[in-house]
Design a binder for this molecule. Structure first.
Ligand code: NAD
Length: 280
C-alpha cells in the first residue's frame, strides 16, 4: 500500500482534507505550543485540530499569522463545546472561535459531542455557517451510528467526517463500516490511546521487525485501515517520529496482530455518558 504524508481525502462535499494531522489538545503553554507548531509545520503537518474547549485557538491563530504559511497550505478544524450548543449559542461560539483563529473561513467545524436536547438546533446553526461560506465543511465528533441515524432524518447537509476515539484497544470497526457506507471520513482521536497502548509486546515486536517505534506501528495501522489520524505531542522528536511512517508497510499478518489488541477499553467517556456529564 503506497501512502504519503501529503495524502488527502476528498470529502463528501468535494473539498480536500489532509489525512494525517496534528492534534493540539492540552497544548496550552505558549512557548511549548509554539515550538510544537513550528516543528509540526516544518515536518509537513498541514491539518491542525483544535476546539474551543482546548483554550488554544488564539495561540494557533497567532501562529498562522506569523508562520509564513499560505492560507491554502493549512487546514484548521475546530469544535463548539457542549455548553455552546443550541442555535444562537453555536453561532456565538463560532464567532468567538473564528475571531481567535483570525481566519475569514474555517476549514472544518465540528459538533464536539452529541447532545440530545439541542441536537437539531446545533446542526441547523452549523448548516447556516456552511451555507454562508464561513466554513468549508461541517462534521461531527463522538457520534455513534444511532446519533447519525437521528441526525440524517432532519439534516440538509451530511457531515463530512466523524472524529471518534479510535486506537488498538478501541478500534471502532463497526462504526467504521457504517461511516464508509455513508461516505463520511472516520478520523481517530487519541490514535495512540494517549500513549496507553505503546507498551504492548505486540507493538514492541512489530517495531523491531520494521525498525520503527510502537507509536509509528500504531499510526501506520490506522492509515492502512483508511482512518484519518491527528496524533498529539509537544515533544519535537516525537512530532517528527509520528510523521515518519511512510517508508514501511504492515503486512496482513501484522495488521491482524494489531486487531487482536482490541479490549473495548476507552480512554475517555462513551458519548452518551459524556452527554449526561456535560449537563453540569
Ligand atoms: P494521542 O493518542 O494522540 O496521544 C497523545 C499522547 O501520547 C501524548 O501526550 C504523549 O504522551 C504520547 N505520545 C505521542 N507521540 C508519542 C510517541 N511518538 N511516542 C511515545 N508517546 C507518544 O491522544 P490525544 O491527544 O488525546 O488525541 C489526539 C488529538 O485528538 C487531540 O490532540 C485532539 O486534537 C483530538 N481529540 C479529540 C477529542 C474529541 O472529543 N473530539 C478527544 C480527545 C482528543
Amino acid at each position: 500500500m503506497t501512502l504519503s504524508f501529503s495524502d488527502t481525502y476528498r470529502l463528501n462535499n468535494g473539498i480536500e482534507m489532509p489525512k494525517h494531522g496534528f492534534g493540539v489538545y492540552k497544548l496550552t503553554d505558549e512557548k511549548r505550543m509554539r515550538t510544537a507548531l513550528e516543528t509540526a509545520a516544518e515536518v509537513g503537518y498541514r491539518l491542525f485540530d483544535t476546539a474551543s474547549f482546548y483554550h488554544n485557538e488564539k495561540q494557533l491563530g497567532d501562529f498562522f499569522q506569523s508562520s509564513g504559511l499560505n492560507r491554502n497550505d493549512f487546514f484548521v478544524t475546530t469544535k463548539m463545546w457542549n455548553n455552546e450548543q443550541g442555535y444562537d449559542e453555536t453561532l456565538r461560539a463560532f464567532e468567538q472561535s473564528q475571531k481567535k483563529l483570525q481566519l475569514d473561513q474555517v476549514d472544518l467545524y465540528l459538533v464536539h459531542w452529541p447532545k440530545q436536547d439541542t441536537f437539531f438546533e446545533t446542526w441547523r446553526a452549523v448548516e447556516k455557517l456552511y451555507d454562508e461560506g464561513l466554513v468549508r465543511a461541517i462534521g461531527v465528533s463522538n457520534f455513534e451510528a444511532h446519533h447519525l441515524d437521528r441526525l440524517r432524518k432532519n439534516a440538509n447537509v451530511l457531515p463530512v467526517i466523524d472524529q471518534v476515539e479510535t486506537h488498538p484497544y478501541f478500534p471502532n470497526h463497526l462504526l467504521h463500516r457504517y461511516l464508509e457506507e455513508l461516505h463520511i471520513v472516520h478520523q481517530a482521536w487519541s490514535p495512540l490511546g494517549r500513549g496507553s497502548v505503546l507498551k504492548e509486546p505486540t507493538l514492541i515486536n512489530l517495531g523491531q521487525k520494521h525498525g520503527k517505534t510502537p507509536a509509528q506501528i500504531v499510526l501506520r495501522w490506522h492509515l492502512q485501515n483508511d482512518i484519518s489520524i491527528i496524533p498529539k505531542s509537544e515533544t519535537p522528536a516525537r512530532i517528527k517520529e509520528n510523521a515518519a511512517i511512510y517508508d514501511f508497510a504492515l503486512d496482513d499478518k501484522d495488521m491482524h496482530q494489531l486487531d487482536r489488541l482490541n479490549t473495548g477499553e476507552r480512554v475517555s467517556h462513551a458519548p452518551d455518558v459524556m452527554y449526561i456529564r456535560s449537563e453540569v
